[in-house]
Design a protein around this ligand. Structure first.
Ligand code: PMP
Length: 280
């Protein structure tokens, strides 16, 4: 799979260039942030929001970006133009600190953009069980940043689920309510209405989540952002994920219960595609 990297010294590289050194503060202690966006079918939906979130995540991790989100968008467009457009792309900007000791020196904040081919998953959906690993509270970890350090726990949740024969995990918040999937937000439908955990600071309030909830509400769906329990999921007519990587993906099995991909997930995907292509 082709990959292209832009580094903040103005250089472009193919493949997987060595950029972070063993002495980088972020290599050592993890004060690195990234964002994830997609280019597909000639569009890069919400790229301005993804670049703005990357800068905001960096500041929450005590980094100080030297690049503005609008400049990042131009570099993303340049990177995307280096591909032939036949395969969907994953767009991954990163900020990290080169120096500092226990906390990063903000003046040493570095930036790179990594873009690589990564096909969108199809519509087959995925299975999930409830994880024993939980999302931390906002005073326990930088939950409002897309900080790499949070993904060690997301990885533990995912691996635990895979070892049990599932594709993904439903991760609970610190008091046991549903937060999200390991790396995507969770939405369910019951009697034609849309329900999703209310952002309580424990999970990433995804750009795709906000976009899709807005599109569904505009299309006339009642959208309830509220406390969601595991028992609510067991009663759901359909459950799906939202996230930049897979966009809208139906859940086909939750714990021991089979589920059918449903009309609300299909509508969410249709509305998102229309938005992405400028038709909404
Ligand atoms: N939660 C987590 C933990 C994630 O990693 C992601 C993917 N960025 C999401 C939710 C979905 O967010 P978005 O729609 O902004 O990609």
């Amino acid at each position: 799979m082709k990959a292209v990297t832009y580094v903040d010294d103005g250089t472009w590289h193919d493949g997987n260039p060595m950029v972070l050194g063993p002495m980088s503060q972020s290599t050592w202690l993890g004060s690195l942030i990234f964002d994830g966006a997609r280019a597909f079918e000639g569009v890069i939906p919400d790229i301005d929001l993804h670049c703005a979130r990357a800068c905001a995540s960096a500041r929450k991790m005590m980094l100080e970006p030297k690049i503005r989100p609008e400049e990042m968008v131009e570099i993303v467009k340049d990177a995307v133009s280096r591909f032939d457009g036949s395969t969907a792309l994953y767009i991954k900007p990163m900020f990290w600190a080169d120096s500092g000791w226990i906390y990063p020196d903000p003046d040493s904040t570095r930036f790179l953009l990594n873009v690589f081919e990564s096909p969108l998953p199809g519509d087959a959906g995925f299975t999930a069980c409830v994880s024993t690993k939980r999302r931390p509270a906002p005073d326990q970890a930088p939950t409002d940043a897309k900080a790499a350090c949070l993904y060690a726990n997301a990885g533990r949740a995912l691996k635990e689920a895979v070892d049990k024969g599932f594709n993904n995990a439903v991760v609970l918040d610190p008091i046991g309510n549903v937060a999200e999937f390991a790396t995507a937000n969770l939405v369910f439908a019951k009697d034609g209405e849309v329900h999703t955990p209310i952002p309580n600071g424990t999970f990433l309030n995804g750009i795709t989540r906000q976009r899709i909830l807005g599109l569904l509400a505009k299309a006339g769906y009642k959208v309830h952002e509220r406390t969601v329990t595991v028992a609510d999921l067991k009663e759901a007519d359909e459950i799906f994920s939202t996230g930049n990587h897979g966009k809208v993906q139906p859940l086909t099995k939750f714990e021991d219960q089979d589920l059918q991909p449903g009309p609300v997930a299909a509508k969410a995907k249709e509305l998102y595609w229309a938005f992405a292509h400028g038709d909404a």
